[in-house]
Design a protein around this ligand. Sequence first.
Ligand SMILES: [Zn+2]
Length: 541
Amino acid sequence: MARKIGSWPALLLAALILTAGTFCGKAQPGFDLIIKGGTVIDGSGTAGFVGDIGITGDRIVKIGRINGSPAPTVIDAKGLVVTPGFIDVHTHCDRAIAEVPTVDNYILQGVTTIIGGNCGGHPYPVSELFSKIEETGTAPNFGTLIGHNTIRREVMGMAMEPPTAEQMEHMKALLRQEMQAGGLGLSTGLAYLPGTYSDTAELVELGSVVALFGGLYATHLRDQAEGITESIEEALLVGEKNGIPVQISHIKLADDKVWGELERITHPVEQARARGIEVYLDQYPYTATSSGFTSSFPSWAFEGGRERFRERLNDREQFIRFKDHIIRKRLTSSRGIDRLETIYIASYRHEPGYQGKNLKEILLEQDREPSVDNAARLIIEIQENGGAQGVFFQMDESDVEALMKLDYTMHASDGGIQVPGQGVPHPRNYGTFPRIISLYVKDRGVLKLDEAVSKMTSLPAAAFRIEKRGRLEEGCFADITIFDFQRFSDTATFSAPHQYSRGLEYVIVNGEIVVEHEQLTGRLPGRVIYGPGKHTQEDSK
Ligand SMILES: [Zn+2]
């Protein structure tokens, strides 16, 4: 009994010490970085509040009021907006991230996480890219999808037919390998080669591999114009049969024949969501697209590879079929729009002088009549000379706004890493995120600020299962973007795209400052965002 009584004070003391320790920990947690007095929009979609954020190491450890705690770095965010770092789920940054690890044109939009490997293409094998990035570091976090075109080309080359049972198994094995290396899901580019040769059954079967590793299915639809509903239904089937989320890439009504017909998209998507399929859309805020010219040709044009394409061009009958297809698909408007004025050359190695000019300007420069016939011939010549990246004005602004407002649409660029001075790329590469805030929130009021922020932070994080990012919450990674709401804006235009945003005060990635007053600091704190396949494999080791 005496012993028992004697032990109580000891326990009480221990409890007091522990409690005091906890309080001490809260009062003086030794932050590495404090952001003071900003308007915090936490990414959840709720309205902002004025508060402080305390960061220790790579994490947010305190949100609220922080009084009297010293920290080596204190950012005065009074009058500024503090949001989670933006997440861009639709990029092609995988192509150049190893060469340009600072990823200037994304970091300087406030983007802290980029997802590459979209539209069916990724660097194969992905493990090589991941180890390179682990070695050199990158400014933003980086994850990637696994491209169907890449996998199919590895196994079947440019064959037009469906895979044999053996080829199917081979493709599934490669996809499994890439998912286990850390891919986030499967992406398709069904308007591109050789994805356009695949059928729905092939995609559904490949989706079953993605399902094993908790990935998602992201797709550049077969048809983004008159056939868009059928194309969306195909994507939904891949998701539904395999129980995986579906991400429809760069959503748009891409032909004046279907402008204004939003229900072609919303009807199938909302029915699927009602059935419990997780479906998301991503969108860039411009009325022009950008891609190579291959999608202007009939899909059989490139069957068997480049040499076969050249052979077909020499066949008069086939040449005429190409030309007619291009005129019908690319150069005819049902609203009397001169399509020759809406198609620009963004980059063209064979003749850099064409960059930044439209087809009409180029034909006039060549003393050729600006007819659709000559424009189709010009497109064929360009493809014959190695191809070019084009910019195509083919959307309607009111559709862009209506699609943006859907609560399952997220903002994304569909861009890639750019180097100032190289080509005349689509301004989305430099301006997507600041443009949303400046044009669609501030100037036009299409979205509320908290709503737009959630569409570039928590919504993409949820869709892509990116853990502990996309929100400002205690315990989350300290990926943070701080801007001056009145000044934050894109400056990149179609004629002068190589221009960074204004009004971006700070960008923080994993607790480290990568942008200070619109300038890069040169730090590379980004991490690889591995898909769950990587962890599954590690856990089972
Ligand atoms: Zn695409």
